[in-house]
Design a protein around this ligand. Sequence first.
Ligand code: M6R
Length: 615
Amino acid sequence: MCGIVGYIGKNKAVPVLINGLLSLEYRGYDSAGIAVLNNNKGNNNTYEEIEVIKDKGRVKNIQNSKKLINVEDSNIGIAHTRWATHGKPSKENAHPHLDNSKKIAVVHNGIIENYSEIRNFLYQNGYELYSETDTEVIPNLIHYYYNKNKDVLKAVSLALKKLKGSYAIEVISPIFNDEIIVAKKESPLVIGVGKNEKYIASDIPAILKYTKDFYFMDDNEIAVIKEDTIRFYDDDLKEKNKELKNIGWDAEASEKNGYEDYMLKEIYEQPKAIFETIGTTLNGRKIDLPLEEIDFGKINKIYIVACGTAMHAGMVAKYSIEKYCKISTEVDMASEFRYRNPIIDENTLCIFISQSGETADTIAALKLAKEKHSKTLSIVNVVGSTISRISDFVLYTHAGPEVAVASTKAYTCQLTLLNIAALYIAEKIAKNEKDLKEIEKVKEEIKLLPNKVKETLNTNQMIKKLAQKFYNSKDIFYIGRNIDYGACLEASLKLKEISYIHSEGYAAGELKHGPIALIEKGVPVIGIITEESLALKTISNIQEVITRGADVVIVTNKKIEDKNYMEVIKIPECISYLSPILSIIPMQLLAYYIAKNKELDVDKPRNLAKSVTVE
Ligand code: M6R
């Protein structure tokens, strides 16, 4: 995964690099480093050397380094925070990496799959390699080609042509005067534009406080960035034009604003985020979506493809899509879908859900669906991200920047938008007045969601107390049926990713086919019950675990008779298809407070990165 930042301009580079890295730490925090060109320009007005400061561990090690004093005046630099793939987390493996002549510095996000082959090629040509990384081959390969033709841009382009795999790279060198060369393939890279200064980053929030104007790099593009110009090239170095886009996000949205952690802030931002998502799509009684070109009458199958939390949003939305649109809907993990030759064609609508819009498996699945000529629609949060650009149609959730690794507001916005999209499709193919009336009723319910989410956040104090009881548990189970089962999967993922407690989300009726063997005295089991028609059945399953000693908590909007439950968490009334947008709120809070009780880093859980740009 990894995060990269770059700066060139009239101001000091180091603060921009460090701030950018701190904001990108969610992408990896095994090591960090910066490289800058120092300001002692030589006779022919070029920089003379590259200064590299890097270390194992978090960005703060660089931020606190005494060596920063030596480079504080520089105004060109690149930086990196690492999520280790090739080579253990160590200072040697930290980026930036230099070529043997120490004249070319590179930071890289991605994986070079043929790096051993290139290492051998470099050894044969007299180069030494000092790290275990795949990245170190890049500056040396650039150097190899530069020695042949003395043209840096050409050398970069020739080196990139040798690479198999994915990359977003930044290159600086005193050889070329006052510029940063960047390139990308299958890893994200944005360039922010200021007045006589340019910013580069893996994502928008890292540099949002400096600019709202961005170029989004496409695969196989190279850019040469100077403080006052940017030139874009394709991989054959043919110059091309690109459109500068203004991002509506405000910079404060990516700060903590007094909250202890991003995750808590993002949980509390949900009423606003959902309100914004509804506001841009549902005007009065009219649903406005840019999907006029799709003939929904011809769609006979829907696939929802995504990863992690985004996939859970799909699993929940499947129920409302099937109910209102009456089109058979399958949900698949992108990492499975991409390798199983799915039966899809031009009458299939494939929906790809992604907060970041950069998840490698989802991108690959999307490309496959396009190859097979199915219609592709993405539900994405990050404007201009790869998925949003390559799908035929895109709908944006308006969650704003989501920084915490654990997805919260993006998820509830995805669910809201998926429900709105389901109603839009249903309206287009509705066969009778009764169906249309029902659709109108759901639209009104959707508009009530922001206030109901706000009300649900009032469960906070109760959840805090519950977290104190549960934080030492070894396992926690979440059970529910139908639409509540989807909510259980998401509740369980939230808990395990930030609290490191083993947890399962299980279909309540399936528990007795195996997992019930794990239930013993004191094991917490949380039952989610919002689906009216199945409430009694779930209650029966809950009695089965109470009999075996479980401590049961119920999350519900139904009137439920107390039958030895430890706690009943009441959420507002709402139609069952929308209720997972509410039932997940106390579960997000529970995961959060359990992790806090364990004194864990909630925003940056171990082994995880926010955006998974590798396979
Ligand atoms: O950016 P995406 O929505 O494509 O990310 C997909 C998953 O990696 C993501 O939802 C992950 O499961 C979250 N950490 C869960 O909180």
